[in-house]
Design a protein around this ligand. Structure first.
Ligand SMILES: [Zn+2]
Length: 165
């Protein structure tokens, strides 16, 4: 059982307004991509509601079975992934490019979840997928660090690339 040290924010990479369900994520990741586990533990839907994607217990540490698959595994990224939980929102693309398509409700839910998870794991740092090592992606389509600072999240709870650069 590891401590949860990182919360990684993803998008589904779908255009604004396109509905996504946890079931469609599981089917895509497990059946189409052949992964053993989906990329995220939970999905924030367009209306701001949250759907569980993979079994995860918020209150205890991180069991191996709870580690999800949303980042590219490399020598450099693996230590981060093994101490991470990964959350995504439906959206994140505009005209085929990464974009912040979050609805007001999605932003509110995301912030609430980040605050709750931070309260339960006081040492956690939240970052965007693209901020972690060896990730060649624009996901989640916005600057997580700047957004969290603007929302009053303490910088000690925000992931910074300087950790590994
Ligand atoms: Zn991602």
């Amino acid at each position: 059982m590891e401590n949860i040290e990182f919360l990684i924010i993803h998008s589904t990479g779908t255009p604004a307004g396109v509905s996504v369900t946890a079931d469609s994520i599981r089917r895509y990741h497990l059946n189409s991509l052949g992964w053993s586990k989906p990329g995220y533990f939970a999905l924030i839907k367009l209306d701001g509601s949250v759907e569980s994607v993979w079994d995860f217990d918020l209150k205890s540490g991180l069991a191996n079975s709870e580690i999800t698959n949303g980042m590219k595994w490399t020598v450099k990224s693996t230590p981060f992934i093994k101490r991470s939980i990964q959350l995504c929102y439906a959206g994140g693309a505009e005209g085929g490019l990464p974009a912040d398509t979050r609805s007001k409700a999605q932003k509110e839910t995301m912030l609430t979840l980040i605050k709750l998870i931070t309260e339960l794991n006081p040492g956690i740092r939240t970052g965007g997928h693209r901020d972690f090592p060896d990730q060649t992606t624009g996901c989640p389509g916005f600057d997580v660090r700047n957004w969290l600072l603007s929302e009053g999240i303490p910088s000690k709870n925000i992931f910074s690339k300087e950790v590994y650069l």
